[in-house]
Design a protein around this ligand. Structure first.
Ligand code: MN
Length: 231
């Protein structure tokens, strides 16, 4: 029998292409300014000394196909299409040669952002949580096992209501996947279930109620999201 005071929340989990078992989500690490063109459109510069991160709670996860009510507290909800790396093995203080062995698979993800709250936080030198970490802020496709996808120069793009908004190549990341895993492993005991959202290419922008988003990375399942009415 459970000794909990009340039922714990069910774990967040993502479907996997081609099999019934789901991928349980642990932590969600997100990389900031990992494409130079996006850093420029945000009026920022890429930090070439080290990547930087923020986190989203597993409560932020929604599956592709979700309807996300327009979130509270914002008037400027933005889309960011990103390659998601799913960790499947422990990694702590590893080197580049071990990095890719920690990868279980890949997905397409949307780092949904309350941009007005993020901008306000930046101006006040406060943390980004209100802008980045909210319910429904991490919309992710079914995952593809690493044996079926080798990251290279694949095309990444996002359409809103059928028109192209974001476009790039995952080969344009300032910090490629192995370097991100090596770096994170210096600070965290990476564990199966951890996700890394690897940053967004240029073209981020606002969405509105009724908008339909389709994010695609060549070789992976698409991520789809509809923006619903505010609650
Ligand atoms: Mn992002």
């Amino acid at each position: 029998m459970s000794e909990y005071l009340f039922p714990p929340p069910p774990p967040a989990a993502l479907p996997v292409s081609g099999q019934d078992a789901r991928f349980p989500v642990n932590r969600i690490f997100c990389v900031g300014r990992n494409y130079a063109a996006h850093a420029a459109e945000m009026g920022a510069e890429v930090d070439r000394e080290a990547p930087f991160y923020f986190l989203k709670s597993p409560h932020a996860v929604r599956q592709s196909g979700a309807i996300l009510p327009y979130p509270p507290g914002t008037r400027d909800l933005h889309h960011e299409i990103e390659l998601v790396v799913a960790i499947g093995a422990p990694a702590f203080r590893i080197g580049p040669a071990q990095a890719m062995a920690a990868v279980w698979g890949y997905g397409s993800g949307l780092d949904m952002t309350r941009r007005d709250l993020q901008v306000r936080a930046k101006e006040k030198r406060q943390p980004w949580d209100l802008g980045k970490n909210f319910e429904g802020a991490a919309v992710i496709s079914a995952l593809t096992p690493a044996r079926d996808f080798t990251p290279g120069a694949q095309h990444i793009r996002l359409q809103v209501n059928g028109s192209l908004r974001q476009e790039g190549g995952i080969g344009d990341m300032v910090w490629p996947i192995p370097e991100l895993i090596v770096d994170l492993s210096q600070y965290y005991h990476l564990a199966p279930g951890d996700l890394i959202m690897t940053g967004t290419p240029a073209g981020v922008g606002a969405v509105a109620e009724g908008d339909r988003l389709v994010g695609e990375i060549e070789g992976l399942a698409a991520v789809e999201l509809t923006i619903g009415p505010a609650e």
